[in-house]
Design a protein around this ligand. Structure first.
Ligand code: ADP
Ligand code: MG
Length: 314
């Protein structure tokens, strides 16, 4: 089994719940497991009734289990500060204000949010030596997936920049006004070094996601969720990532046979519709359905989490 496991899907389908259940299952099997949450709304902190922060912390009452929560807003802010710092080191004070404005604008797009989160994911993957397994309660989508093509673009860009720099150094030397150090400086150019660093980071991410990661999509037994899942599978396929399995969550439990009341009838119809849908998912998708998890009356935490974990055949 791959070291990194991602549970993707639309908001509310049960990614956080399933991730925590799966992490618990891994931990109980003796693997040192870290579960990484990114959702400020309902998160690992709610599931385990314990506050988690930006660094892995042991989950009380469970062996081999750690959790951390990434705050996307904080990541975007960090990202922005980072770029600002680097830019202001390299440009004249006169245009710093204008640059500030541009950076602000750029970071108010939804893509920036995703990009900053993805950067943090990569960092977590890089620093995961202490763990046998790392479970993410979300999966890269859309814009983030396209970032995986970045090394190719950056490669070309860096190449061209280096050539341009070499040419101007040449000119300086011919005019005999160049400093002797000029040529050596190409290698030390902070911009080129930075781009090189980014390129390596995304190469690492692409490689790790393709070779050391497993992806599961969580869905609910309703039309919208099924269609969404089809789209996600296709989107990931475009980037050379394959989905390993589907988790159908919030499946309506069947009523007792002798329940002839209105509630019973409703449930029976609902169960029949969902059955049909799940059958169709099993037939239409190449990816296997690895779990069907029933809807519980209450939020999934505590003992319920262990029960859900037992239903996962991953
Ligand atoms: N099988 C289930 N039965 C009952 N409630 C569930 C189930 N799975 C998830 N929930 C509840 O649904 C809500 C959304 O689940 P969550 O795991 O936070 O979804 P996501 O992370 O995809 O947004 C939570 O309140 C959670 O407790
Ligand atoms: Mg969540």
């Amino acid at each position: 089994m791959e070291k990194f496991v991602f549970f993707g899907g639309k908001g509310g389908v049960g990614k956080t719940t399933v991730s925590c259940a799966y992490a618990l299952k891994c931990a109980n099997a003796g693997q040192r497991t870290l579960v990484v949450s990114t959702d400020p709304a309902h998160s690992t902190s709610d599931v385990f009734d314990q506050q988690f922060g930006d660094d892995p912390a042991a989950v009380d009452g469970h062996e081999n289990l750690w959790a951390m929560e990434i705050d996307p807003d904080q990541e975007v802010e960090r990202h922005m500060q980072d770029i600002r710092r680097r830019m202001t080191e390299q440009v004249s004070a006169a245009i710093v204000n204008e640059i500030d404005r541009q950076i602000e604008l750029a970071h108010r797009t939804p893509g920036a949010y995703e990009a900053a989160l993805f950067d943090r994911f990569i960092q977590v993957m890089r620093e995961a030596d202490d763990f046998d397994r790392v479970v993410f309660d979300t999966s890269p989508t859309g814009g983030t997936l396209r970032l995986l093509a970045l090394p190719d673009f950056l490669g070309e860009w860096i190449e061209r920049l280096v050539q341009k720099r070499a040419k101007s150094v040449d000119l300086f030397e011919k005019a005999a006004i160049g400093e002797k150090e000029a040529r050596r400086k190409i290698d030390e150019d902070p911009l080129i070094a930075h781009l090189q660093g980014r390129k390596e980071t995304f190469e690492f991410a692409g490689r790790t996601l393709r070779e050391e990661s497993a992806f599961f999509l969580v869905l609910n037994p309703d039309e919208l969720s099924v269609r969404e899942t089809e789209r996600s599978v296709a989107e990931m396929g475009d980037q050379g990532l394959s989905v390993d399995g589907l988790v159908v969550n919030k499946v309506t439990p069947a009523p007792d046979d002798d329940d002839r009341g209105r509630g019973g009838r409703y449930l029976r119809d609902r169960v029949a519709t969902e059955r049909e849908r799940i059958e169709r998912v099993r037939e239409d998708f190449d990816e296997p359905v690895v779990a069907e998890i029933e809807s519980r009356v209450r939020e999934v935490k505590g003992d319920l989490l262990a029960a859900v974990a037992a239903e996962l055949e991953i």
